[in-house]
Design a protein around this ligand. Structure first.
Ligand code: G3P
Ligand code: MG
Length: 289
């Protein structure tokens, strides 16, 4: 009798538990449904390529002189996902947007930025070398670019600190960025990983990106040590396997400089997150933004 009772009790208990499990399962499935793409997307859309971020290299130098306000205005007009720019520090201490450490290629001046004051730099023409329609274009301050962009797109600020070094440039940058109210729209990159590590030690407000021209033995451990979230490798160095390893380590991978249809196809096949390109209009059309 006692056996019967306990069996009955067990069966009843089992039915109750079964009911609870089904109800629980139903609850979990119904609340996850709107958040789970695999459940709510049509089967064939799982294969659709994810959106590729198109980042205008030096502001997109196919349409305007690189690293100028004209190039950044165009980038905004065309709705790029991000702009990439390079910074150096001049003699009077301001952060100047320009790629080379000397002035001869992209202005009508010469000598190093580090040896010129802002007043001297602002007298130079940074547009005529590209096309006479850009005559009178000035070298921009990073501050002027921030005021122009105002969170409308992501800005990838590359700290140049190589042939000419600027001790403490990362502190100057952090100071300037303090008043920029869109920290989530800033990515700071550099080939100088000590600069990135210094920033990581001071703040976690900005996304950091390792610039590397080559492959590391153990990128995940290194990236963790420096405190970066992004890996920005040169395109000629990477392939599907290295991008996958970076993704498995939780890194966002944006590569440079990717300018042709063939390369964009490869970028897509490698599942890159972003292409840093001189030709953002064609890239956007290719990736069907
Ligand atoms: O940030 C990617 C790319 O800009 C690095 O090369 O020489 O164009 O600054 P570079
Ligand atoms: Mg750069």
């Amino acid at each position: 009798m006692s056996v019967k009772v306990s069996l009955q009790h067990k069966r009843k208990g089992f039915r109750k538990e079964q009911f609870r499990s089904f109800a629980g399962l139903f609850f979990v499935v119904s609340i996850s449904f709107p958040f789970c793409p695999a459940l709510c997307a049509p089967a064939d859309s799982a294969a659709a390529p994810k959106k590729m971020h198109v980042i205008a290299h030096r502001g997109g130098r196919k349409w305007a002189p690189e690293n100028t306000l004209s190039s950044f205005r165009k980038a905004l007009e065309f709705g790029v996902d991000g702009i990439e720019l390079d910074i150096h520090r001049c003699k009077s201490g301001e952060l100047i947007v320009i790629h080379d450490e000397d002035l001869s290629r992209t202005t009508n001046g010469d000598g190093f930025i580090a040896d010129k004051t802002l007043d001297e730099l602002k007298k130079l023409d940074a547009g005529s070398w590209y096309d006479k329609s850009f005559a009178g274009e000035k070298l921009p301050l990073l501050d002027e670019v921030l005021k122009l962009v105002q969170g409308k797109t992501e800005i990838n600020i590359e700290i140049k600190n190589g042939y000419k070094t600027y001790p403490g440039i990362e502190d100057d940058l952090l100071e300037l960025l303090k008043s920029y109210p869109y920290p989530d729209k800033i990515v700071i990159s550099s080939f100088d990983h000590q600069c990135l590590l210094n920033i990581h030690k001071r703040t976690d407000k900005y996304r950091l990106a390792l610039l590397i021209d080559g492959l590391l033995v153990d990128l995940p451990t290194y990236a963790k040590k420096i405190g970066v979230q992004n890996w920005h490798p040169g395109f000629s160095n990477i392939g599907f396997a290295s991008v996958k390893r970076a993704h498995d380590a939780g890194l966002v991978v944006n590569s440079w400089t990717i300018n042709t249809t063939d390369e964009w196809k490869q970028a897509d096949q490698m599942h890159l997150d972003g292409v840093i390109t001189d030709d953002p209009v064609a890239a956007k059309a290719f990736f069907q933004h």
